[in-house]
Design a binder for this molecule. Structure first.
Ligand code: SAH
Length: 242
């Protein structure tokens, strides 16, 4: 089963865009995943092919019409999860990406203007997803981000490198820092432990770096990680041993 992505958008020409290059592009050509972009405007019913209207209650901008977007969505309805890109959605996580990547694919709704008529989310099973606490001009970049994160996890797409559970977020922590040749650059050397060949010492060093960096850079992640550790039976045991 390949991962099938369908993107509903007013700008289908934005796809595959950057997903046609590099790892995702090669996987697309190898048919490890598929991508279809559907023009929402094709489902407009009036003479002007309008997809938006002024916001009820007044205010700036335009709102995507529920009837037009729903018609576009219903035209591709199947058993894949439907995600809508919106800053009001649940922040995208690596856990969610991993779950999506192991499923049949996704249908992704891209907003524009002020966003979607809220009744759309009441009338259809749609998961509202945000890619971060900032505002884009449209959902297309969000869909590209989401798909890039999913595609690299599809078996065979990245080879062994991606399967590592040491990657940032996979263990609830940021990944440890990396170094490569030259050994000395502008007077700075690679940490000695990484040249020791002692795999146990290297693993211990990487673990402690990952923990320190997460604690300093992402106190939110660290708190969650520590919370999970205290709650899990092994974590609790470790705590008592401290
Ligand atoms: N008025 C909205 C923002 C609309 S931005 C608000 O303040 O919540 C236009 C479109 O860009 C949205 O409908 C959504 O599809 C997309 N978008 C903007 N920011 C996003 C984000 N952080 N995550 C995902 N999609 C986003």
């Amino acid at each position: 089963m390949t991962f099938a992505a369908t993107v509903l958008t007013l700008y289908p020409e934005m796809f595959p865009g950057p997903l046609g290059a590099s790892i995702a592009g090669r996987a697309l050509r190898e048919e490890r995943w598929s991508l279809e972009a559907v023009q929402i405007r094709d489902f407009a019913t009036d003479r002007h092919r309008s997809v938006d209207d002024t916001p009820a209650g007044g205010g700036a901008g335009m709102v995507l019409r529920a009837d037009v977007v729903a018609a576009a969505l219903d035209s591709v309805a199947d058993d894949r999860p439907v995600l809508a890109m919106t800053p009001r959605g649940a922040p995208l996580t690596q856990d969610r990406v991993r779950a999506l990547a192991s499923g049949p694919g996704a249908t992704i709704l891209c907003g524009r203007f002020e966003g979607f008529d809220e009744r759309l989310f009441q009338a259809r099973a749609i998961e509202e997803v945000s890619i971060g606490d900032y505002v884009l001009s449209g959902g297309e970049m969000g869909a590209l981000v989401l798909l890039d994160a999913c595609v690299r996890l599809i078996p065979g797409v990245m080879g062994a490198a991606s399967s590592g559970d040491e990657e940032s977020f996979e263990s609830g922590l940021l990944e440890y820092p990396h170094y490569t040749r030259p050994y000395e650059w502008e007077g700075r050397t690679i940490p000695e432990v990484l040249r020791s060949g002692d795999h146990a010492r290297i693993a211990a060093w990487r673990k402690s770096q990952a923990e320190t960096d997460t604690r300093l850079r992402r106190p939110d992640l660290w708190e969650r990680h520590e919370g999970a550790r205290v709650q899990s039976p092994s974590g609790a045991r470790r705590r008592q041993d401290d």
